[in-house]
Design a protein around this ligand. Structure first.
Ligand SMILES: NC(=O)c1ccc[n+]([C@@H]2O[C@H](COP(=O)([O-])OP(=O)(O)OC[C@H]3O[C@@H](n4cnc5c(N)ncnc54)[C@H](O)[C@@H]3O)[C@@H](O)[C@H]2O)c1
Length: 311
């Protein structure tokens, strides 16, 4: 069944990994797809690779319609040109899937300015660029789907402060866009995927996991689970679903998607409060010292307690 017949989609980072699987799935579902990928290395290095053309070839070989775009999404004008290309080639922009991504993993004290800027620029600014330009078209069309790629790392992950911050920004951006654009029939949702790609399962990762297993830092069971990470094709159907008319009322949600499992994040809400009515509501430091641990912090342990000097 072609659930996306007549629709035009842009998928960024579609030359490899999750983006490629999504481009193939959207095309299978009947959408015409702009396959965006300049063919960069895992950390954003320039390479000779031309994966976008290959994916366009795969789609066309299956009887679908596709066009390649080689511009980087972190360039504001280039992102505008990608949206313009989709309109020129396919007449409209119904779906934008923001899958382009790079990774530079370092602890904060080793995380250089370029590592910070590159990851924030490609992920967070890249999302802004594509959503901004597409929103102008979608608002005029009175309909559209923005499907963003966050990560479970948005909750805070070690050695990825730049990536976690970018992904947290994408969660907030998505929630804001949902509220700004919903009235125009445009939805914005985000996905936190798990899939074996060169981002998650390259030789460096495999070697690192082996070392962790050998030094007892992870169990054989955990090692086996990581090595058996499912492929990106398991993420694609959820994205295709969000792109359909059937998902017109799904808006502002953050999903986790992997093989055999789709889940939804809870709404971030204030959980409990300390209230002070006297003294114009001005807490003293001593009052907070006395009340915060026994009230607000119950159920909120320190995620990384200080090591003792002897441990
Ligand atoms: N694989 C996972 O388990 C996982 C987990 C959490 C989040 N994610 C997110 O999912 C998305 C896809 O990841 P993946 O694992 O498929 O990665 P991948 O490395 O396999 O593919 C990313 C693609 O993005 C392209 N790209 C990089 N910079 C670009 C730019 N500036 N403009 C356009 N394209 C660019 C690359 O050339 C590459 O082909 C990313 O946003 C990633 O952060 C992936």
């Amino acid at each position: 069944m072609k659930n996306l017949a007549g629709k035009a989609a842009i998928v960024t980072g579609a030359g490899r990994g999750i983006g490629r699987a999504i481009a193939l799935e959207l095309a299978t579902q009947g959408a015409a797809v702009v396959v965006v990928d300049p063919g960069l290395g895992r950390g954003g290095e320039v390479t000779e690779d031309a994966p976008a053309a290959q994916v366009v070839g795969e789609i066309e070989a299956r009887g679908g319609r596709a066009a390649a775009a080689l511009q980087p999404v972190d360039d504001y004008a280039a992102a505008g040109a990608i949206v313009g290309q989709c309109v020129a080639a396919f007449g409209r922009v119904d779906v934008v899937v923001n899958c382009a991504g790079v990774l530079r993993e370092r602890m904060i004290w080793n995380l250089g300015e370029d590592d910070w800027d590159t990851v924030i620029r490609v992920h967070l600014k890249g999302h802004y660029n594509m959503c901004h330009h597409a929103a102008k078209v979608m608002r005029g069309q009175r309909g559209g789907r923005l499907i963003n790629f966050a990560s479970d790392a948005w909750r805070g992950s070690v050695g990825q402060a730049n990536y976690a911050a970018a992904k947290g920004g994408i969660v907030s951006l998505t929630r804001a866009l949902a509220r700004e654009l919903g009235r125009y029939g445009v939805t914005a949702n985000a996905i936190c995927p798990i899939a074996a790609t060169r981002m998650t399962m390259n030789q460096g990762v495999i070697d690192g996991m082996k070392r962790r297993l050998e030094t007892g830092l992870i169990t054989q069971e955990r090692y086996g689970a990581i090595m058996a990470m499912p492929g990106p094709e398991f993420v694609a159907p959820m994205v295709a679903y969000l792109a359909t008319d059937a998902a017109a009322d799904v808006n502002g949600q953050i999903f986790h998607v992997e093989k055999g499992r789709v889940s939804i994040y809870s709404e971030p809400v204030e959980e409990k409060a300390l209230l002070k009515a006297q003294d114009d509501g001005l807490f003293t430091v001593e009052e907070l010292m006395a009340a915060v641990p026994g009230c607000l912090l119950v159920g909120h342990p320190n995620p990384a307690p200080a090591e003792s000097e002897t441990s």
